[in-house]
Design a protein around this ligand. Structure first.
Ligand SMILES: Nc1ncnc2c1ncn2[C@@H]1O[C@H](COP(=O)(O)OP(=O)(O)OP(=O)(O)O)[C@@H](O)[C@H]1O
Ligand SMILES: [Mg+2]
Length: 1108
């Protein structure tokens, strides 16, 4: 729901001066100051907005603010220029009323800013779309262009508008902008040639010189240096906070947006350059022979450049600066110009050139921004016109400006009163006449057609003979002497005769805003605004289309001998048009006030503001507004705001709002004369009454706030209580549930125990019964089974008896039958069939046997013991034979694969098996060991190089053996080498040969049947080797050594086969003694190794541990 607010909420001071109580100038100023100090720069007088210039940017023009004020009633929010703009726009759009926004105030008060704020607000809230946006953009961009050419820095304002501007913005029926029309009033053209101290020329000159590119300046024949131009004042050429170069770019961009063509922009810049050049043309006097003074251009360079720029023939312009041609009827008279006149002519040309250029710009902008459709438009006019001016030295311009302001004040009073009156009539309230100061009399003093000041000035200007400013003042003195608002030192009005403060060449007008003293000097000239025809004709001759356009009167074909209308006349006419225009529209006022002269923020100079308040007639304004009724408000919002003050209207009033308000006012006992009931509004005569209502409302709001608080607190406590109650119930319910659950679980477990006992007891009882029953049943069954068994066995016996009998009968029968059949067929069987069947069967059986054998053949490995079982006993012999044949064949195949070396190895192995298999327990462990022979790698190992060389034959075996000492039975390691011819024993460490025995000397070798590696090499008795006796050695490779020895013996032709004795007791010859070596088995407990001990002289006992 939208919250309804009011202007009266959170007010600083009063937002509407109409409510000021008491109303006095002091309270008025105090209110303005108070609000200004709180950055509230806007204040209302009814529907008029007073705007104080803050001289700083305030955050009150944001898009959010625009949204806040959009479609809100005027008095709904705190005063703002947006409220006025919104009100104007909405009544234009919704009520089809043309609007005008009149912005007044003195120079620097913020009129131009205000007009831009209004335009930007309207642009923000009106329709959208490509076309509409383009129109908006063009309208907004016309401002920078006009400001560049029409604004200048003055002592009062760094961006002072030096022309009056009225802009009509046109809208279609939907409120979308269609275009606009700009009217300009009286550009202060004197500024072009001369600027007061501390001020400068129009912005465009400085912008052009600072911002244009070097190339552009070269084309325009200009120099960037300001000091080179006489028309540019130097003391304030640079303005703080103004970036001329950047502004030049902005202006060019704006011109482009508005729709200026590139060549048009160029022409405009050429004209600006021409004005600057013009200022640099200087003259020198020259006396002619007839005695008259003449002038000559001093340095023709600038003249030449200017002529080049504008395409004018230099001689034509030069002549125009030297002569003046006056045409009267058929006559043409040429007079020379002296230096002063030449300067006058130059300045007049510069001023005209510039002011005509400005007017052309306005026309050109209008061409671009004018509405494209002919349909009926709604119009919103924005008037940003120079404010009332009172300077120390006031001239023709101030007179004209103040006249315009006088007219505006008049229309303001008229329209405000009219509006007030119309509202009263509309609301059906009796109209009481309001006393106010009507400035029509002053307007009349200036503009009266017969004896108005402007009319007299024109008359003076047109009069033949010598006309000076003094003659004009004389005329004023005679004609206006009696006027109560006119004063002069010489007028006939006796009451001012003694006023010596009034200088001689001045007159004073008592304007509505104060007295202004005008100096008459220049009035006639400025009113005439003369440009010598020679100059306008010279301009017309220019080869420059824009210049030609600006000086149409220079066209010789259209020579008009009539004088052009005077400046005063023109201005009066345009003001008249403007006034008529404004009168047809609904006015909205913005009254701008300047808080100080220093252009500074936060400074409020009372005297300055007071002065403005006076001449803007603001007090007057408040009085007019309050003359009847100070405050009015439609019934609905009024009832809504104050309904809480009466029990009958609070909280809801069912009937019409007006009745509600009546009831409310009656209840509050507001005196009848204080209020009037209009058709839709209530009118309150005195602000006091309104404040009384507001005060009551405030109190009531406090009470209401307390009530609301009370109710809220009650509600909150109640809600809390109810919540607690609800929670308590929940908690209690949970607790009860828990307690009941616990109780239930207890009862349940007790019941279960009781039940289980009962059930146990019952079950046991039942079990007992069942057991008893079962025992009975079993007894019965046993008895029955025995009985049935007896019966069955008896029966079986009988049946068996019967079956045996039957079988015996059938066997006997079958035997008998068989005997009979055999006896019958015997003779056939015996002769043929028996043998055939037998042969066939045998054949089949053998066939089947062979086929079966084929598919079940064992593998080709000779050690594979598998052989399929024979199917019939009679095949035993064949089967064994086949197995043997297969095995032999398989062995042969296996042998065929062998190489010679492998064969030798296997032969060795075979020989080993022949010697030892089944005889010595060490043999099985040697089967898997390959006979490596050279265990010491004697030929490769450098350690045994010497030993190797000592043996000249190939070493068949090299190993380390233990030579058993016969004295103690201990072993000494020795290298044992075997060659084909002998064996060698050598020291293991040194490799020294200890003994080398030719093999033919070895007769036999003895070994035990056990697992030990002992062997005795017995030598041939009587041989040279046998001197020391036999060798008792022990080696891990016993089997290999003996096999190799045996093989050598077997293959050698020169000796007998080596005899191998395998026995656990054998004799060994040690020198003379024969010692018996006896092998006994010892238990493994005594150590795992074989030990040899000398028992006595004749016995060496070797104990060999039995295998575990
Ligand atoms: N509402 C505002 N917020 C901020 N600054 C402002 C506002 N109004 C005016 N100003 C400041 O005051 C300066 C003068 O304002 P502006 O040019 O509108 O005065 P003016 O009344 O048009 O004067 P002139 O009659 O000389 O043209 C502006 O340049 C700007 O700096
Ligand atoms: Mg301005």
């Amino acid at each position: 729901m939208e919250v309804k607010t009011s202007l009266l909420d959170n007010m600083i001071g009063v937002g509407d001066m109409v409510l000021l109580e008491p109303l006095s100038e002091d309270s008025f100023l105090d209110n303005l100051k108070k609000r200004f100090d709180h950055s509230e720069i806007y204040t209302y007088i009814g529907s008029v907005v007073i705007s104080m210039n803050p001289y700083r940017s305030l955050p009150i023009y944001t898009p959010e603010k625009v949204e806040e004020y959009r479609n809100r009633n005027f008095y709904e929010l705190s005063p703002h220029i947006y409220a006025l703009a919104d009100e104007a726009y909405r009544s234009l759009r919704d009520q089809d009323k043309d609007q005008c926004i009149l912005i007044t105030g003195e120079s620097g008060a913020g009129k131009t800013e205000a007009s831009k704020l209004v335009m930007s607000y309207v642009a923000a809230v009106c329709g959208k779309g490509h076309e509409v946006n383009k129109v908006k953009e063009q309208l907004l961009q016309s401002n920078p262009v006009l400001e560049a050419f029409g604004n200048a820095k003055t002592v009062r304002n760094d961006n002072s508008s030096r022309f009056g501007k009225y802009m009509d913005i046109e809208f279609d029926f939907k409120g979308d902008p269609l275009g606009g029309v700009i009217s300009n009033y009286l550009l202060e053209k004197s500024r072009v040639v001369k600027q007061p101290r501390g001020e400068r020329n129009f912005h465009v000159f400085y912008q052009l010189l600072s911002g244009a590119s070097d190339d552009t300046l070269r084309k325009l024949k200009l120099d960037r240096d300001f000091s080179k131009y006489n028309y540019l004042s130097l003391d304030s050429a640079a303005v703080n906070g103004l970036d001329d170069a950047a502004n030049f770019r902005t202006v060019r961009n704006a011109m482009q947006i508005v729709g200026f063509m590139e060549d048009e922009v160029q022409s405009v810049l050429e004209l600006v350059a021409a004005v600057l050049k013009l200022g640099n043309i200087e003259f020198k006097p020259e006396s002619r022979c007839n005695g008259t003074d003449e002038s000559r251009v001093k340095d023709k360079n600038d003249l030449k450049e200017m002529c080049e720029l504008l395409g004018i023939e230099q001689s034509v312009l030069e002549r125009a600066f030297s002569y003046r041609t006056v045409e009267a009827k058929m006559e043409k008279v040429s007079t020379t110009l002296n230096v002063a006149q030449a300067y006058y002519a130059r300045d007049a040309l510069a001023k005209n050139l510039y002011s005509r250029l400005f007017s052309w710009l306005v026309t050109r902008i209008n061409e671009s921004i004018q509405a494209q459709t002919k349909a009926r438009h709604k119009v919103m006019g924005v008037l940003d016109i120079y404010g009332f001016e009172i300077f120390e030295d006031n001239s023709f311009e101030q007179f004209i400006i103040n006249y315009c302001n006088e007219k505006l004040q008049q229309i303001f009073i008229e329209l405000t009163l009219r509006e007030e009156q119309e509202e009263y009539v509309r609301e059906g309230i009796e109209w009481t006449n309001i006393e106010y100061f009507n400035n029509a009399i002053i307007c009349d003093l200036i503009e009266n057609n017969q004896n108005g000041i402007l009319a007299m000035l024109d008359e003076e200007c047109l009069r033949p003979g010598t006309v000076t400013d003094e003659t004009f003042l004389d005329k004023l003195n005679t004609i206006c002497a009696d006027h109560q608002h006119f004063e002069s030192r010489l007028n006939k009005n006796s009451k001012f005769l003694n006023d010596h403060s009034l200088p001689h060449n001045c007159f004073r007008i008592q304007h509505y805003a104060g007295k202004v003293l005008y100096r008459v000097e220049g009035f006639v000239d400025k009113n005439n605004d003369l440009l010598y025809r020679d100059l306008s004709q010279a301009m017309y001759k220019a080869n420059h289309s824009l210049i030609k356009q600006l000086f149409p009167e220079g066209n010789p074909a259209k020579v008009n001998l009539k004088r052009p209308p005077t400046a005063g006349f023109q201005f009066r006419a345009s003001v008249g048009t403007l006034m008529r225009n404004l009168q047809t529209k609904n006015p909205n006022y913005i009254r701008c006030i300047k808080p100080n002269d220093k252009k500074a923020s936060h400074i409020f100079t009372d005297s300055l503001v007071c002065h403005q308040v006076r001449y803007l007639g603001l007090m007057e304004n408040v009085r007019v507004r309050r003359a009847g009724y100070a405050f009015r408000q439609p019934y609905e919002p009024c009832l809504e705001r104050y309904k809480m003050l009466c029990k009958r209207t609070w909280p809801h009033w069912k009937g019409p709002a007006r009745e509600g308000v009546e009831v409310l006012m009656a209840d509050l006992q507001i005196p009848a004369e204080e209020i009037a009931y209009g058709r839709s509004k209530i009118f309150i005569r005195n602000p006091r009454t309104l404040f009384f209502l507001e005060e009551k409302r405030k109190q009531c709001l406090q009470d209401l706030a307390t009530l609301i608080q009370k109710i809220y607190r009650g509600w909150k406590c109640r809600t809390h209580f109810l919540l607690m109650k609800k929670s308590q119930i929940v908690v209690a319910a949970w607790y009860r549930r828990y307690a009941q659950q616990k109780k239930y679980r207890n009862i349940k477990s007790a019941t279960t125990v009781v039940q289980s006992y009962t059930r146990g007891w019952q079950a046991r009882k039942l079990l007992r019964e069942l057991k008893y029953q079962k025992r009975c049943e079993e007894a019965v069954t046993t008895i029955a089974a025995f009985w049935h068994g007896t019966q069955a066995r008896r029966e079986l016996r009988q049946l068996k008896e019967e079956a045996r009998n039957k079988h015996a009968v059938s066997v006997i029968w079958a035997g008998w039958q068989g005997t009979k059949v055999r006896r019958e067929y015997r003779k056939f069987f015996r002769a043929n069939a028996g043998k055939k069947i037998y042969d066939f069967t045998i054949q089949r059986i053998i066939q089947k046997y062979f086929l079966g054998l084929k598919s079940n053949m064992p593998s080709m490995s000779p050690i594979d013991k598998k052989w399929p079982a024979r199917p019939y006993g009679f095949l035993d012999g064949v089967h064994t034979e086949l197995r043997k044949i297969f095995h032999h064949w398989r062995c042969k195949k296996y042998r065929d694969q062998f190489t010679e070396e492998k064969k030798a190895v296997y032969e060795e192995k075979l020989e080993a098996s022949e010697i030892f298999k089944g005889k010595k327990a060490l043999y099985p462990s040697s089967v898997s060991q390959p006979f490596k022979g050279d265990y010491l790698e004697i030929s490769k190992n450098p350690k045994y190089q010497k030993l190797n060389s000592a043996v000249d034959e190939k070493v068949l075996l090299a190993d380390v053996v233990n030579k058993i000492n016969r004295a103690n039975g201990k072993g000494t390691p020795r290298i044992f080498l075997l060659t084909k011819k002998n064996f060698v024993l050598a020291d293991q460490k040194t490799g020294q040969v200890k003994a080398s025995i030719p093999l033919p000397d070895v007769t036999s070798v003895s070994v035990s049947t056990q697992k030990d590696g002992f062997f005795a090499l017995k030598l041939k008795e009587g041989s040279a080797s046998a001197v020391k006796g036999d060798f008792l050695l022990s080696s891990e490779h016993l089997i290999e050594i003996i096999t190799k020895l045996h093989r050598i013996g077997a293959t050698a032709a020169d000796r007998e086969k080596l005899k191998v004795d395998i026995s656990d007791e054998f004799l060994v010859q040690f020198k003379q003694d024969k010692v018996c070596v006896k092998f006994i088995q010892s238990s493994p407990k005594n150590g795992n190794s074989v030990s040899c001990k000398r028992k006595n002289n004749r016995l060496l006992e070797v104990s060999v541990p039995t295998s575990p």
